[in-house]
Design a protein around this ligand. Structure first.
Ligand code: CA
Length: 539
């Protein structure tokens, strides 16, 4: 994109503002092009920021995405820079009287299935499909993390070279497990998150637990309700005779447990040996697995954004929305999340739910989050960051309208509470905070096997548990971060391709990545930590 000819992007014919596309912005006096030919800029407007296309009087509505994102705090003559300091944010819509569950009757629900697309994945005993073949080690408490880190380093160095079909070893570490009100009602969220994390499709159905011994989060709490309790196993006795456990009847069971306080462990070296010996039994089974051709419908794609700018809602997020529709048509599961970033679109979301029951759960999740924020004496406006505003996003309403486009247009088949595991296919709303790490962790718990992450300001985000495909909203970012961004959706703003073409490009890229192609974050081993969502008290 050159700065010679002004580029303006207007997303919707009803909008009275447009976005400056030029790198470096445009100086005062610039004569604008479509859709405001002949209009002169009254002041300098940075890239990705908004320009008033018509005179907007004090109190007048500023519309982007065809919705009111704010009201003018003073007269804004045509050609003015419209930013967060001249806008008053509208209040959130109440949760009463929403259109509930019309999704099944919408046009989108009758769209033709998309057939014939496949990827190379790992089939698991529970029916899920992995895109990676990882040994994951679940922890009950932060106390074990230091010992486990040493053990994992040794597993990586000494054991993994002997098991070339295993992609890596991951310690599922967290700050939970003790010093917490474990029986508080909302403790159910971090506990079920940990339980479901261990069952992520990329871990091959193998569950290895390392515990301390005296912690509140005893390993039994990590089992699904109704399961038999975990046996306390040492390295030599990995048992297999619990009929209720997946994998029972095979020579070795997929569950194992090393407890550091066990009397048999004499010193640090003994703990390490036990962890390594137990890990090796899992590695042997994982190493025997092979990729096979599976339908694209086995993908469980989590989408989220981070470090957003005003282009997020113009290029990357709409392309993700197109891709989400393709995935749903192919029978896959697509999760979108980030409650504070979709709250302002609640009316369209409840309408898109496939049934009144699903819409009711959507409303319940929004209401729970409203109350959660209120407890902290803030509201959804606490979401936007200085970077968002510098990137042209005036407030959470504008950010939300650009964020929710990632969900595409399909009916919403289910709503998950934080930490729940997806059991439906199709488009799912997985309620999570917008925090990148908490959202990613909860989507992993929900069963995500590929992650799509859009960014405009730029974030090097990556997860050890699952490939993360990062999509840049602007060409300048994609070029500057050429070895961090996996796809440049900025080509849409440059006029090089349509949003539809970019959506297809992402769809094909996801199938390649699911089949084993490494993302940039995987190549560089960029791994952010898991972060649990714990709304319950710490003691
Ligand atoms: Ca986020």
């Amino acid at each position: 994109m050159t700065s010679a000819s002004p580029v303006l992007v207007r997303m919707h014919p009803a909008n009275n503002v447009a976005i400056v596309g030029n790198e470096g912005g445009l100086p005062a006096g610039t004569l604008l092009a479509e859709p405001a030919t002949g209009l002169a800029l009254r002041e300098r407007v940075p890239q990705a920021h908004k320009v008033a296309l018509v005179d907007i009087p004090e109190g007048g509505a500023v519309t982007r995405y065809g919705v009111t994102i704010g009201h003018a705090l003073r007269d804004l003559p045509a050609g003015s820079w419209v930013h967060e300091r001249v806008l008053r944010m509208p209040p959130a819509r109440g949760l009463d009287g929403l259109p509930m569950g019309l999704g099944a009757s919408t046009e989108a629900s009758t769209v033709e299935p998309l057939q014939g697309y496949t990827f190379q994945g790992y089939r698991n005993p529970d029916g899920s499909v992995g895109t990676r073949n990882l040994l994951a080690i679940t922890t009950t408490v932060q106390c074990v993390a230091g010992v486990l880190d040493v053990a994992v380093e040794r597993i990586r160095r000494e054991l993994l070279p002997r098991y070339p079909h295993v992609d890596g070893v991951v310690a599922l570490e967290h700050a939970y497990g003790c010093g917490v009100a474990i029986d508080a009602p909302e403790a159910v969220i971090p506990i079920r998150t940990l339980r479901h994390l261990a069952l992520n499709p990329n871990f091959g159905g193998e569950v290895m637990v390392v515990s301390l011994g005296c912690e509140k989060l005893q390993p039994e709490r990590l089992l699904p309700p109704g399961s038999l309790p975990l046996r306390v196993l040492n390295a030599d006795t990995v048992a297999a005779d619990d009929p209720a456990r997946p994998g029972a009847g095979t020579p070795e069971a997929p569950y194992s447990h090393v407890c550091l306080q066990d009397a048999q462990h004499v010193g640090f070296g003994s703990m390490l040996n036990a962890i390594l010996a137990t890990a090796e039994q899992h590695l042997q089974r994982l190493n025997a697995r092979q990729r096979e051709t599976v339908p694209a419908g086995e993908l469980v794609v989590g989408v989220q954004c981070g470090g957003s700018d005003a282009f997020s809602g113009v290029t990357a997020n709409p392309a993700v929305g197109v891709c989400a529709d393709l995935l749903v048509r192919a029978g896959a599961t697509v999760m979108f999340s980030e409650t504070t970033e979709v709250r302002d679109a609640v009316e369209t979301l409840t309408a898109r739910c496939a049934s009144a029951e699903v819409a009711q759960k959507m409303v319940a999740e929004m209401a729970w989050y409203d109350a959660y924020l209120q407890r902290g004496q803030v509201d959804r406006s606490a979401n936007t960051t200085p970077g968002n505003k510098a990137g042209g996003l005036s407030n959470i309403v504008e950010k939300a309208m650009g964020s929710v486009i990632k969900s595409g247009s399909m009916p919403i088949s289910a709503v998950l509470s934080p930490g729940e595991r997806a059991t439906n296919r199709g488009l799912i709303y997985a309620a999570t905070p917008a925090s990148d790490f908490i959202c990613g962790t909860l989507q992993l718990a929900a069963g995500m096997n590929v992650h799509v992450f859009t960014t405009g300001r730029g974030t090097p985000y990556g997860l050890a548990e699952c490939p993360v495909v990062k999509v840049a909203t602007r060409t300048e970012l994609a070029q500057r971060w050429h070895d961090l961004m996996d796809l440049n959706a900025g080509a849409v703003a440059d006029g090089q391709c349509s949003v539809e073409v970019m959506g297809w490009r992402l769809f094909h890229l996801l199938l390649e990545v699911a089949s084993g192609r490494r993302t940039w974050a995987e190549t560089h081993r960029i791994h952010n930590q898991l972060v649990l969502f714990n709304p319950a008290p710490v003691t």
